[in-house]
Design a protein. Structure first.
Length: 256
């Protein structure tokens, strides 16, 4: 009985020892004393008793998220901090299924990351830093899809399963950056999902034209067929691409 009691006392004492530094980090974060929070996190993460605690990654994410909002940072520097924050939060959830610290915040750090990435993308585009704009919009899209995939809900915004506006913004930034591969990757998502509408027909043409010019027969055939199905009234356009791709013998793709 004595041994059991001694063990329980030791276990409780150990738990209190671990909890104390966490509360200290929380206190500094709440007070906005970020340098002290950083120092406390460093001490916590280098202490052999606490170095393997998943919550370290939660605080790493919180501190990097705050640092990424420093207006004095150039866009690429802010992106590095946001990326570090995003990966830290995901690692925290991977190591701790309950991820109580994030759950208590209703996973809002992900919403803050999404908004931050989006704002960086817009700011970079307006500055004509198109490569930076593409990178930021692409990360906003990745964060949004992570949120949707996890089923997180926020009062401020309702995310669509397929965000046509953000995907289009990302593609346009890639076009301006002369990053053809990335722009086609984004535009192709419209075709893969069968997103139609008169305003999107040009997107179909861009994708089809790209693969026909590359002589990428597999992808060209795939997207010509999708275009034929979704825009049958424009059969002459798609037939012309089919002829360009292989020639008049490409009867499989030609409309009667």
């Amino acid at each position: 009985m004595k041994k059991i009691f001694s063990f329980l006392v030791f276990a409780i004492a150990a738990k209190l020892t671990i909890a104390q530094p966490v509360k200290e980090i929380d206190k500094f974060v709440l007070l906005g004393r970020w340098a002290e929070a950083e120092a406390a996190l460093k001490a916590y993460s280098t202490n052999p008793k606490t170095a393997d605690k998943p919550v370290i990654w939660y605080y790493r994410g919180k501190l990097d998220l705050n640092a990424s909002n420093d207006s004095s940072l150039a866009i690429p520097q802010a992106m590095v901090k946001k990326n570090s924050s995003f990966e830290a939060f995901k690692k925290y959830q991977m190591l701790d299924i309950k991820a109580e610290s994030l759950a208590e915040e209703n996973y809002r750090p992900y919403l803050m990351l999404y908004a931050g990435y989006y704002d960086l993308g817009a700011a970079a585009y307006n500055k004509k830093e198109y490569a930076n704009s593409y990178q930021a919009f692409a990360k906003a899209l990745e964060t949004e899809e992570y949120i949707v995939g996890k089923g997180y809900k926020f009062d401020e915004i309702k995310f669509a399963a397929f965000d046509t506006s953000l995907i289009m913004n990302t593609a346009l930034a890639a076009v301006q950056a002369k990053d053809t591969a990335s722009s086609i990757m984004m535009y192709s998502r419209f075709l893969d999902r069968g997103i139609m509408g008169e305003g999107n027909k040009q997107v179909y043409e861009i994708v089809v034209d790209h693969y026909v010019r590359k002589r990428d027969v597999a992808n060209a055939n795939k997207y010509i067929k999708i275009a034929q199905e979704n825009y049958p009234k424009d059969k002459d356009i798609w037939n012309e691409y089919a002829v360009k791709l292989i020639g008049k013998d490409n009867k499989e793709l030609l409309y009667a």
